[in-house]
Design a protein around this ligand. Sequence first.
Ligand SMILES: [Fe+2]
Ligand SMILES: [Fe+2]
Length: 196
Amino acid sequence: MIDRFGAYADEAAFYSPAILENEELAQYLIDNGFFTAPASANHHGNYAGGLFDHSLNVFNRLNTLTKQCGLKWQRQDSPFIVGMFHDLCKIDQYKLVQEPTRCILDPLGCGDPVDIPGKTHYEYNNDILLTGHGEKSIILLSKFLTLTDEEILCIRYHMGAYQTDEWNQFDAAIRKYPNVLYTHMADMLASKIDEG
Ligand SMILES: [Fe+2]
Ligand SMILES: [Fe+2]
């Protein structure tokens, strides 16, 4: 799995050698399209590979914040686990739609009709079995890793103020684990600045 991390390979290997060697997780990610899925249908990362790029950006931001702000985590692997897999819920969330081929008359009107291949775009996949966002990421990830309490709350509340109906819970989670706020910050920096 390490060769997929490009310029961040050394950082990834530093944080999570055991996870990078977790073949069951690696196979799940490959088989289910983690490296080719988009991060959205209409917003940031709405292209094949967008989910991996966004996840890598969040890991990179969290890695930088950890070093520059001296963040302490319950275990060394956490910035990698939280950054790379906070949006694991998106692994099956969007589907590629092929638009139909259009047949148009030759514009000059003196030849055979011309087929114009249809474009492709992503749409929300209504056929998924498991809904939710941070909580879905936690459920999926828990099949392969035992998460710390801090990792669970960082992933669960990574949307931060965007989940306004859970403000009190977000606030309490930050008080218990300040890295919940840094995770939200890393997600915002990645999606609004790096990918904006
Ligand atoms: Fe998210
Ligand atoms: Fe995200």
